[in-house]
Structure formats: structure tokens, C-alpha cells
Design a protein around this ligand. Structure first.
Ligand SMILES: [Zn+2]
Length: 331
């Protein structure tokens, strides 16, 4: 057993309460590599932002859960070394799909877990979520649950169609499960190809996707005042990164994300955690492709991973300051 408190990590409870009150959202960045971890910590320290570092099942398969937990422990110490006295870093399991995987993470230093029973019939989702909450709360670990289904593909999570969260279910679900936050479906989706061009409208030469369902968000807020809401699949898929990737040999077609002004608007509501994964992948790949194309003789991974790390850091800082508004919110 390793409790997250021994690692210097924090759970999401106070962080979310402050974010809902303050009208901003906490960034939840997925990570699989040391370079992503370093970029996340550097960005969080420089902007004085709390941050959630999250690990998917795919990340655990790729990098090993023990290594990722130790990277998160290293992240806390690294933040202190960079001059942040009391960093607020959460290590969160993204899309846990069974009680067992949640328990394993809780027993091994995670401060927050998601149990995703959104694909199950309602009553089964309630039962599974409650089982995880009952276990997690013994160790002061916070639990995110999900109601409604997001479309898209990301790691091992995929769904062809989205189903918006039904506002009439949220009170019953939150009360009976005791979950600490709720991921909802209001039009965001997983991956870098969130919308087809046919779903978008052409405005000044730019494809603009359909707006998020802010009416559903407002209804949910009305039913659960002040309750922390989470948005998954909220990368904006910066077109300059997509263009760089394609310019230097990539072949990304019609990669379309969520416009940042929509996320800015959501951050000001009860939405207090916004998940961003694809944007980091795009920033990393764009920088690596550009570097290798311009420096064909380079073969030391440090030569191309350094610009990749710098490019991710720039993106993380932009999200924190200009989209989520979580800068200067430590303490
Ligand atoms: Zn997700």
C-alpha cells in the first residue's frame, strides 16, 4: 500500500470547490512519458496553477503503472525544486473500467480515480460507481464518475455515437453513488478527429464544429448547484500543429477539435476539470517532425525531444492562462 499523501500529492476535493467558486477549471493533462511530465510541471509552476496529471489504461500498458506513479512523485519534488513551495498535483486514473483497476490505483498512490460505467445500463453504473466510491473514500481518494456517452476514439475508450447526459438523472446518480465529480456529455468527444467536415459550418475559411450543449450544462447546474462537472475530450486540435505535421510528412486529415472560446465559457461554469490529451500529442509530434526534417543528421533523442517538450510546455501554459483560467490559483 502506498497512500498518495506520502508522495506529496493531493486529491481533487478542495481544488474543485475553489474552481467552481472562482469560475475557472483545473487542467487535466494526460501523460505517458517523462517529457510530458516535465512540460506539465514546468507549465504549472510558471503559471502557479494546480494541475491534474492523468494516466489512462493505455498509458499504464505503455509505460507501466509503477513507473508512472514514481514520475508523479518525481513531479512533486521537481515542482519544489523549480521554486513552488506547495505544489497542488493530483495523480488521476483516467477511464478506469473496473473496480479492480480503481482499487489497484488507490492502493498504489493515486489520489483520484475515474470509474467509467457510462457504457453500462443506468442501475449497473450506479452500483459500480458506488462500490468504487465506498472503497476510495476510506483512503480520502476522490472519485469521478460519468453519465452520458462521448463519441470518438482515445486509447481503449471508443464509441461511435454520443448520448448527451440526461439532466433528470444527475441528482439521483450523484446522491446514490456519492461520487465527487461527474463527467458529462454535452458535445465534446475523444481524439483528434472530433467532427467530420460535414458536421461543421465553414466560417471565413475555417471549419467550425457545432456548439456545445450549454443548455444541458445549465440544466445540470440547476439540479446540482456547485457540484463539480468534468469535460472529457476537450482538445482544441490547434490547426497550426496539424499543418506543421502535414508539412513535414504527416497525413492528418480533417482533424477538428473544440473551439477554445467554448471551453473558456464552460470553465466559468460548474465545469472545473477539462481533459486535454490530443493537443499534447499534436504539439509533440509537430515539433519532432519539424526538427527531424530540418536536421536529418540528428539521431540523439534529446535533440528532438527537447523541442517537443518545449512545444508542449508552451501549449500547456496557453491552456492554463488563456482557456481554463487556473493561473495564480495555488494556496
Ligand atoms: Zn475521456
Amino acid at each position: 500500500m502506498v497512500n498518495y499523501k506520502e508522495l506529496g500529492l493531493v486529491n481533487t476535493r478542495d481544488m474543485f470547490a475553489k474552481a467552481v467558486k472562482g469560475g475557472y477549471a483545473i487542467p487535466a493533462f494526460n501523460f505517458n512519458t517523462m517529457e510530458q511530465m516535465q512540460a506539465i510541471v514546468q507549465a504549472a509552476v510558471e503559471t502557479k496553477s494546480p494541475v491534474i496529471m492523468q494516466v489512462s489504461k493505455g498509458a499504464r500498458n505503455y509505460a507501466n503503472g509503477t513507473i508512472l506513479r514514481n514520475l508523479a512523485k518525481g513531479a512533486v519534488e521537481y515542482a519544489k525544486e523549480l521554486g513552488c513551495e506547495n505544489p497542488e498535483i493530483v495523480l488521476h486514473l483516467d477511464h478506469g473500467d473496473s473496480f479492480e483497476i480503481c482499487k489497484e490505483c488507490i492502493d498504489n498512490g493515486f489520489s483520484s480515480v475515474m470509474i467509467d460505467g457510462s457504457h453500462l445500463p443506468y442501475e449497473e453504473n450506479v452500483a459500480l460507481t458506488k462500490k468504487v466510491v465506498d472503497y476510495a473514500h476510506q483512503f480520502d481518494v476522490t472519485v469521478e464518475a460519468e453519465l452520458g456517452v462521448l463519441a470518438g476514439v482515445e486509447d481503449e475508450v471508443s464509441a461511435a455515437e454520443s448520448h448527451y447526459t440526461k439532466p433528470e438523472e444527475v441528482i439521483d446518480f450523484a446522491t446514490r453513488t456519492g461520487c465527487d465529480s461527474l463527467a458529462i456529455s454535452i458535445g465534446t468527444s475523444h481524439g483528434a478527429h472530433k467532427f467530420t467536415p460535414e458536421q461543421c459550418t465553414l466560417v471565413n475559411g475555417v471549419l467550425v464544429p457545432p456548439p456545445l450543449a450549454f443548455d444541458i450544462l445549465a440544466e445540470i447546474e440547476e439540479k446540482l448547484p456547485g457540484f463539480p462537472i468534468v469535460l472529457h475530450g476537450s482538445s482544441s486540435v490547434p490547426q497550426e500543429e496539424v499543418e506543421t505535421i502535414n508539412k513535414y510528412g504527416g497525413a492528418l486529415k480533417a482533424a477538428i477539435g473544440i473551439p477554445e472560446d467554448q471551453l473558456r465559457q464552460a470553465s466559468k461554469s460548474a465545469v472545473c476539470k477539462i481533459n486535454i490529451d490530443s493537443d499534447s500529442r499534436l504539439a509533440m509530434t509537430a515539433a519532432i517532425r519539424k526538427h527531424l526534417a530540418e536536421n536529418p543528421s540528428h539521431f540523439d533523442p534529446r535533440q528532438y525531444l527537447k523541442p517537443a517538450r518545449d512545444n508542449m510546455k508552451k501549449m500547456y501554459i496557453h491552456k492554463i492562462v488563456n482557456v481554463l483560467g487556473s493561473d495564480n490559483k495555488l494556496g
